[in-house]
Design a protein around this ligand. Structure first.
Ligand code: SF4
Length: 299
């Protein structure tokens, strides 16, 4: 395990998910930097409708074409920055969600089409965590040690207990160079088990509950999506999927297409949920099984 040699200072970072709780944390617990990782998509149904929002997003992420999140999340992040008066740094992977799922990346062991699910949520890892990590690695780690605020609330003690004092995501394996000559020519060289951050839970320790967050966000006037995170994230319950379909029906096509493509490749049904295709959840009223652990992309 690699540890920091002699950190000169502590750099505090807020990780904004696009949801209400972390937005509240950005407003009321200022840090040296706030980072928002947006999940990219190249599906036509995920292009932004508002040209002004698209322009602002492309100013931050020039290779942005569309997102698996709902447009309202991105609008909310732009408005939040205006309200808070402190920059929110947007980061994104070089890959879209579709690239990752279809194995079109250079990630070792990820060259086959595969769907993330409640147990293997590699989309969080590669499309949110790594972009945040690489930004911190390039800009902050040379100057000090990262202390990241995580937006778990007072009414989420189980999540705090689970991650306090030892979150495995505090360590990371990453490629830090690519050799251009010699024995390893053209190969990525991987650093293993790199301790890149510590975490803290300011909302929890300040006793802030969901009702407080809702009240605070209502005061801002910013409209957040009714269902946070990626539009049809596999962590959503069946009723959330069906409600999302009432709110954003077009975006379902991107998720259904991925189930179809990965299933076609493997010659059998491969689904985000263990038992059901998203279409069955949306149109046949079956109840899905979101998975064993909560989504770390939330809220
Ligand atoms: S919100 Fe869900 S689908 Fe999106 S990156 Fe996180 S776990 Fe994956």
């Amino acid at each position: 395990m690699v540890k920091f040699s002699s950190p000169e200072s502590i750099i505090t970072v807020n990780s904004c998910s696009g949801g209400k709780t972390s937005s509240c944390m950005y407003l009321d617990f200022p840090t040296d930097e706030t980072i928002f990782a947006v999940v990219l998509s190249n599906h036509k149904v995920n292009r932004l409708k508002d040209k002004g929002v698209l322009r602002e997003v492309q100013n931050r992420i020039p290779w942005f074409e569309g997102t698996m999140e709902v447009e309202q999340t991105l609008t909310a992040m732009l408005e939040l920055e205006q309200l808070g008066g402190r920059k929110i740094t947007w980061v994104a992977s070089d890959w879209t969600y579709e690239d990752l799922v279809m194995g079109q990346t250079n990630i070792p062991g990820k060259q086959m089409p595969a769907l993330p699910n409640g147990v293997q949520r590699f989309c969080t890892q590669w499309l949110k965590l790594y972009p945040i990590f690489y930004h911190c690695y390039n800009f902050w780690l040379p100057r000090g040690q990262i202390l990241m605020n995580i937006g778990f609330r007072f009414d989420e003690p189980k999540r705090v207990k689970k991650y306090d004092g030892g979150c495995k995501l505090n360590r990371i394996t990453f490629a830090d160079k690519c050799d251009i000559t010699g024995r390893f020519k053209g190969k990525h060289r991987w650093v293993k088990d790199f301790w890149w951050r510590d975490i803290q839970f300011p909302m929890y320790y300040a006793g802030i509950k969901k009702a407080d967050v809702n009240k605070r966000i209502a005061e801002t006037g910013i409209i957040y999506p009714e269902i946070s995170n990626c539009a049809y994230c596999f962590f959503h319950k069946a009723e959330e999927h069906r409600r999302q379909y009432e709110l954003n029906p077009e975006q379902a096509e991107a998720w259904i297409d991925l189930e179809d493509k990965v299933s076609f490749y493997h010659g059998k049904d491969i689904t985000f949920d263990k038992r059901y295709r998203l279409e069955e959840v949306l149109f046949k009223g079956v109840n899905n099984n979101p998975g064993v652990s909560g989504c770390m992309c939330t809220d």
